[in-house]
Design a protein around this ligand. Structure first.
Ligand SMILES: Cc1cc2nc3c(=O)[nH]c(=O)nc-3n(C[C@H](O)[C@H](O)[C@H](O)COP(=O)(O)OP(=O)(O)OC[C@H]3O[C@@H](n4cnc5c(N)ncnc54)[C@H](O)[C@@H]3O)c2cc1C
Ligand code: FES
Length: 277
C-alpha cells in the first residue's frame, strides 16, 4: 500500500499524482519509472518518475488518461492508497556534459523528461525544449522548463489555425537554426518517439527515446516489453526504457502495443458502464 499525498489535473486530460514512497524517493534517478496498481483488482502499469522529494519521501508521476487503469488513478485523491507501488525500475538516463541537448516532449513526456532536464542542466549542458502539444494551454510545467532551458519552443496543432506543426517537422527547422546539437532526447507517445527518430536520422543527430511498450511485471520476468533494438531482443524494463531511436524496430513496437486493444476497449466500456452515473 502506498498513500497518495496529492492527485490533481494539470490540463484537461493529464493528471499529476504524488505518492508517499520513501524507498523509491531515496534511490530514484532521471529516466526511471514506477509500477503502480490503482486497486487490488486492477493491473500494474508503468509510469515515469516526473519528480521526487527524498526528504518528504514522495515521488510524482504525470499521467495521460487513456484506458481503465489511468481513469481509475484519476479518481483517487489525497489520503487514498494505491494497491501497489514498486520502483525505481529501469536504467537511469545517461547524463553527462554533452554540449547542446534538444529535448522533445509530448503529453506525459513533458513531466517524464523533467528530471533528465534538471540533471543535464546541472551537468552544464545547453538545453532546448520542443514541446509537442495540440494547443498552447496543454503545455503544463512551462515555468519549470523556462528556468532550466535556454530555448523553449512549441509545435502546436491548434485548431485556431495558429500552427499546424508536428514536432517531427519542426525538429529539422530547429536543427537548421542551431550551430550544433549533440543529442536529442524524446519522451511521450510512441508516434512522437518514432516520428522524431525518423526526422533526426538523416540529420545524423543521436536520438535517445524513452520506449513505452506494454509492461506487466517491470522486472524482466514476463517478456511483455520485448522489443527489437538493432536486430537484438531487449526488454525495455531492464535494458531500457532509454534506447537509440534509430535502432528501434518501430513497426514491431506498434504491433505489440496494440495487441490488447480490443480487450482494453471492452474493459473501458465495462468500467464506464459500472461507475459513471
Ligand atoms: C517505461 C514506461 C513509462 C511510462 N510512463 C508513463 C507516464 O509517465 N505517464 C503516462 O501517462 N503513461 C506512461 N506510460 C504508458 C502507460 O503505462 C499506459 O498509458 C498505461 O498503461 C495505459 O493503461 P490504461 O489501462 O489506462 O489503458 P489501456 O486501455 O489498458 O491501454 C491503452 C494503451 O496504453 C498502452 N498500455 C496498456 N497497458 C500498458 C502497460 N501495462 N504498459 C505500457 N503500456 C500499456 C497500450 O499501447 C494500450 O493500447 C509509460 C509506459 C512505459 C512502458
Ligand atoms: S515488463 Fe516483463 S519483461 Fe519487461
Amino acid at each position: 500500500m502506498a498513500h497518495i499525498l496529492e492527485r490533481r489535473r494539470l490540463v484537461p486530460n493529464i493528471h499529476l499524482i504524488r505518492i508517499h514512497a520513501p524507498e523509491v524517493a531515496r534511490r530514484c534517478r532521471p529516466g526511471q519509472f514506477i509500477m503502480v496498481m490503482a486497486d487490488p483488482d486492477g493491473e500494474r502499469i508503468p509510469l515515469s518518475i516526473a519528480d521526487w522529494d527524498a526528504a518528504e519521501g514522495s515521488v510524482s508521476a504525470v499521467f495521460l488518461l487513456v484506458g481503465t487503469s489511468t481513469q481509475k488513478l484519476a479518481r483517487l485523491k489525497a489520503g487514498d492508497a494505491l494497491a501497489a507501488c514498486a520502483g525505481p525500475l529501469g536504467r537511469p538516463s545517461e547524463i553527462a556534459a554533452f554540449g547542446t541537448v534538444l529535448l522533445v516532449a509530448g503529453c506525459y513526456g513533458i513531466g517524464a523528461l523533467y528530471p533528465a532536464a534538471r540533471a543535464l542542466r546541472a551537468a552544464g549542458n545547453r538545453l532546448l525544449l520542443l514541446a509537442d502539444v495540440k494547443a498552447g494551454h496543454l503545455f503544463y510545467w512551462q515555468e519549470r522548463f523556462r528556468e532550466l532551458c535556454d530555448r523553449v519552443m512549441t509545435a502546436e496543432r491548434d485548431l485556431g489555425g495558429m500552427s499546424q506543426e508536428f514536432a517531427s517537422r519542426t525538429v529539422a527547422g530547429v536543427a537548421a537554426g542551431e550551430k550544433r546539437i549533440d543529442r536529442v532526447m524524446v519522451s511521450g507517445c510512441a508516434y512522437l518517439l518514432a516520428s522524431v527518430s525518423e526526422a533526426t536520422r538523416p540529420l545524423g543527430l543521436r536520438t535517445i527515446v524513452s520506449l513505452n511498450p506494454v509492461m506487466v511485471d517491470g522486472t524482466g520476468m514476463c517478456g511483455a516489453c520485448r522489443c527489437s533494438i538493432g536486430g537484438k531482443t531487449r526488454f525495455a524494463c531492464v535494458d531500457g526504457p532509454d534506447f537509440d531511436g534509430h535502432q528501434v524496430d518501430w513497426p514491431e513496437l506498434f504491433r505489440r502495443r496494440a495487441a490488447y486493444l480490443d480487450d482494453e476497449i471492452r474493459s473501458l466500456c465495462w468500467w464506464e458502464r459500472e461507475t459513471l452515473p
